[in-house]
Design a protein. Structure first.
Length: 284
């Protein structure tokens, strides 16, 4: 007979790995955020809330956080609008087309995010293919400023993250019984009514989970905003990088990272509870 402690012993290696590679770095970052920094003497051990007060009071950091979450919200909404119908169409396909287009959808995930972002940088240049096409057909008189702009960062992040939305919705669609759609049609409902009253409520958990994933990944994205946004368009992740490697103010960078983590957790938990409540009221 197995001991009641057997499950704990079996899970102990995974728990130890989780603590070592996840919790310990977070704990060390949190402890570092309470240290002070002097430009002449460097990091000073101790306990101080000075770094957090600077982040919470300075309008410079307010602007950076607002920009970060504005971009995150825009990317999430666009991914929902693109990814949900894309997943629905993908689910309605038959093999081998379904497998082929599923590979096309997840294809961007098989390439490094840096490589994809550099590709967008080439497309967004003043002499890049996009501006050449727009000026060539007469849609614009001058090349658009796509590099170092919010629009360029949003477009590139959508390309990077829309596969996560498609896969989340597609996974929810796998649990959808096609007989419910046929039953609705046989009872006289239109295709749009079936989609709105039968399909959408059942795939809503996939839409919600996908939007949470996209929002969290966008809020903490570094490579794409760093390359396409540059120093003109800072987000929280690039600001932390600058504090660590440029000004060498590690405690302030750690405080910004902790504030970002707490803010992300609060936004995600609040969003999840709000949507679950609304979902239960409307479809429960």
């Amino acid at each position: 007979m197995a001991s009641p402690r057997t499950p704990y012993w079996l899970s102990a290696p995974a728990v130890a790995l989780f603590v070592a590679v996840f919790l310990m770095p977070l704990l060390m970052t949190a402890l570092l955020s309470f240290y002070s920094f002097d430009f002449y003497q460097g990091i000073q051990p101790g306990f101080s809330l000075e770094n957090y007060l600077e982040v919470l009071r300075d309008d410079y950091f307010h602007e950076i956080f607002l920009r970060t979450y504005g971009i995150s919200l825009a990317v999430t909404l666009i991914c929902v609008v693109i990814g949900t119908p894309e997943a629905y169409i993908l689910n309605r396909m038959r093999n081998p087309w379904k497998s082929l287009f599923l590979l096309v959808v997840i294809g961007p995930l098989l390439i490094s995010v840096v490589v994809r972002t550099l590709g967008w940088a080439l497309l967004f240049g003043r002499e890049g293919p996009i501006n050449q096409l727009l000026t060539g057909v007469g849609l614009v008189e001058r090349p658009l400023r796509l590099m170092f702009s919010t629009g360029g960062v949003v477009i590139a992040l959508v390309h990077v993250l829309v596969p996560f939305m498609v896969l989340s919705v597609w996974a929810a669609l796998q649990k959808l019984d096609p007989a419910t759609e046929r039953a609705g049609l046989s009872l006289g409902a239109s295709e749009f009514t079936v989609l709105r009253r039968i399909v959408l409520p059942q795939i809503m958990p996939g839409v919600l989970s996908g939007s949470l994933i996209v929002f969290a990944l966008t809020a903490s994205a570094f490579a794409t905003p760093s390359i396409l946004g540059g120093r003109r368009l800072k987000v929280v992740a690039t600001t932390v990088y600058d504090e660590y490697l440029n000004t060498l103010n590690w405690p302030l960078g750690a405080a910004i990272a902790v504030v970002l983590l707490i803010a992300n957790a609060l936004v995600i938990v609040s969003y999840n509870r709000f949507i679950e409540r609304r979902y239960a009221q409307v479809f429960g």
